[in-house]
Design a protein around this ligand. Structure first.
Ligand SMILES: [Zn+2]
Length: 294
């Protein structure tokens, strides 16, 4: 009997907790995505072949019936341990659209950010601070959870036409569009290989807007190392990594920054000064010191 009472009490407490969570969520600005979206498997995406995007799942967006809502919202993911953006979701309505001019976003440095110019890039700069959910849709500007390192080509040729389509539809009809953008990273890469964009118009159940695409984060004529954001002209060899000064311990096979206490306390006969790249040391079997993290 006692056992049964305890089980019943646990059940009631659990239900109360769930109800509480539900209330909290609905109190924070209406309906929101009902599940964390599944990440696209980069392996399943065909390699870039000259078109800025490919359709996924026969171009059918994967929103669930429970996500259909006519109240506007926008939700962004916290940055992960590598400082990378996650999924950004919104129900775009005219009430979210910006009424003010864009402000500068130059202070935001998304993961993998580099300032580099090429003559073959429109506007010269390879990378743009690329809004996951376009500024014209929600007016989110210098929000670092909504900005990734994206090529000019992805921004202008890949994403902008889809953003324009959604913005035009919402302005004309005053309907709502469910809209989700997921940056897709391979492993620990700091630069996304591309973004998945899904959209579905709500009031007319997708008659006006319905798509599910993957947009490539590439720049024709330029090679990109997605792990770091480094880049070089297609057909040229990758630039040498910059030389850095390190102190090696030839006995423990650790390498340090010159200012590390481990570098100054080292026995003289094991100490060696080194100038070169981190990668070259790792190739030689050295491991980075855990204190100075060189
Ligand atoms: Zn050290």
């Amino acid at each position: 009997m006692k056992k049964r009472n305890r089980a019943l009490l646990s059940l009631v407490l659990l239900l109360a907790l769930l109800a509480g969570l539900w209330y909290l969520r609905s109190a924070q600005g209406g309906p929101q995505p009902v599940r964390p979206p599944a990440a696209v498997d980069l392996e399943s995406i065909p390699p870039f072949s000259g078109e800025p995007y490919v359709a996924l799942a026969d171009n059918v967006p994967s929103f669930l019936p429970g996500e259909m809502t006519t109240s506007s919202y926008e939700v962004y993911s916290p940055l992960d341990g590598l400082g990378r953006c996650g999924a950004a979701s919104a129900c775009v309505g005219v009430d979210l659209m910006p009424t003010e001019e864009r402000e500068s976003i130059g202070q935001v440095k998304p993961s993998g950010w580099q300032t580099v110019k090429y003559d073959c890039v429109d506007g010269k700069y390879l990378y743009n601070r690329c809004h996951l959910i376009g500024f014209q849709l929600t007016g989110e500007n210098a929000n670092k959870q909504n900005l990734i390192t994206g090529t000019r080509y992805m921004n202008v040729d890949g994403m902008l036409p889809f953003e324009n389509m959604v913005a035009d539809y919402v302005k004309e009809t005053e309907n709502h569009v469910l809209y989700r953008v997921i940056p897709v990273y391979s492993g620990d890469d700091l630069v996304a290989g591309g973004v998945q964009i899904e959209a579905l118009s709500v009031e007319d159940k997708g008659q006006g807007v319905s798509f599910n695409v993957y947009v490539y984060n590439v720049q024709p004529g330029v090679e990109i190392d997605y792990a770091t954001g480094e880049s070089w002209l297609e057909g040229e060899s990758r630039p040498e990594a910059p030389e850095t000064a390190y102190v090696l311990n030839t006995s423990s096979k650790k390498f340090h920054l010159p200012a590390c206490s481990g570098a100054s306390s080292m026995k003289k006969e094991n100490r060696e000064e080194y100038s070169g790249s981190r990668e070259s040391l790792i190739e030689q079997g050295y491991k980075p010191c855990g204190t100075c993290n060189p």
